[in-house]
Design a protein around this ligand. Structure first.
Ligand SMILES: Nc1ncnc2c1ncn2[C@@H]1O[C@H](COP(=O)(O)OP(=O)(O)OP(=O)(O)O)[C@@H](O)[C@H]1O
Ligand SMILES: [Mg+2]
Length: 308
């Protein structure tokens, strides 16, 4: 019975959590649930409350109100026990810069009470995950930004945690290393590890996450599987138009008059739900490119703001 209970408990349950810093409400009545063995993406612009949410999950920050349960344990009350079973990769690099890669990992392995006889193997495995085997004796200060990030990620995995919290894990990584990290996340998930990651990268959330929570100003804007959110809010395709600012304005006005949703995407304008746009609209403006809808379209449609 006990085993059944453990298996059925979600990896994470956040209920009606509020976090205030003085006048700022960083997290505003947030409710989330993450199933075990899934990858959950927290998506939102700067200041949305992603890192604050992550920090409350580890007990580094304490909620003003609401309840948090991690792996069936109440946080912060049972935070220490919960932390022993989760791996944390913070947004801001807190490596010991004076120590070598190996020593950084060794210190972490000791802190997580990996038995002495298993520490060496755990450190070697982490160096391999970080692809830093040949830099094991370099001090962290001398690593490139991307290498430090890899070391930070490997350090968070050193004790084979059941739940991994990754706060903006791929910022500063080159595309190849980012792709390697995506496969690592996929592999961890296939081993039954639960992943919670925050990200600015829409593509990352769409590719990796089984479920996403889209946050803005501390509030949950939408939650669900990426494909469900796309189908519900943004449809299948967007038509993207390029041209001079005056032309883009003209298209925007025409779309608005026809009751169509649009959004600015850098130098272009996207007319959303292109599949249901009346063909007559495209008679007038036919030089467009069709692209698949994405989660940023969902975000813009629901908030009227951009993710960047
Ligand atoms: N320790 C703190 N003291 C005061 N305000 C804070 C503190 N930590 C976070 N905040 C505020 O809470 C809000 C949410 O910040 P948070 O770091 O959670 O956002 P985020 O979604 O992680 O953003 P980013 O994408 O820039 O990392 C911001 O307005 C921020 O200034
Ligand atoms: Mg953050």
């Amino acid at each position: 019975m006990v085993v059944d209970f453990v298996i059925m408990t979600p990896a994470l349950e956040v209920r009606d959590v509020v976090k205030r810093f003085g006048d700022i409400t960083a997290v505003d009545h947030l409710t989330l649930s993450v199933e075990r063995g899934t990858c959950f993406g927290l998506l939102g612009p700067n200041g949305a409350g992603k890192s604050t949410t992550m920090r409350m999950l580890t007990g580094q920050a304490v909620a003003t109100s609401g309840t948090i349960s991690v792996l069936g344990l109440d946080v912060p009350r049972e935070g220490k026990r919960a932390r022993a079973r989760m791996g944390v990769v913070p947004q801001i690099d807190n490596l010991d810069l004076q120590l070598t890669c190996r020593a950084n990992l060794w210190a972490w392995a000791a802190m997580y009470r990996i038995p002495r006889e298993k520490r060496q193997a755990a450190v070697d495995r982490a160096l391999e995950i970080a692809s830093l085997g040949d830099r094991s004796n370099s001090v962290a200060e001398d690593l490139s930004g991307g290498m430090r990030r890899r070391l930070l990620i490997a350090r968070g995995l050193i004790h084979s945690p059941e739940l991994v919290l990754l706060d903006e894990p791929t910022v500063g990584l080159d595309p190849q290393v980012r792709a390697e990290l995506w496969s690592l996340i996929d592999q961890l998930r296939s081993e039954g590890v639960t992943i919670v990651m925050s990200t600015h990268y829409i593509e990352e959330a769409e590719r990796l996450a089984d479920d996403v929570a889209i946050m803005n100003h501390g509030r949950l804007v939408a939650q669900g599987a990426p494909e469900t959110l796309l189908a519900a809010h943004a449809g299948v395709q967007a038509a993207e138009f390029y041209g001079s600012p005056s032309r883009l304005r003209q298209i925007e006005n025409a779309a608005s008059a026809a009751g169509l949703s649009t959004r600015r995407t850098g130098p272009s304008i996207s007319v959303l739900r292109a599949e249901s746009v009346p063909p007559s609209f495209f008679d007038e403006f036919d030089d467009h490119v069709l692209r698949a809808s994405n989660l940023e379209d969902v975000f813009v449609l629901l908030t009227g703001e951009g993710l960047e």
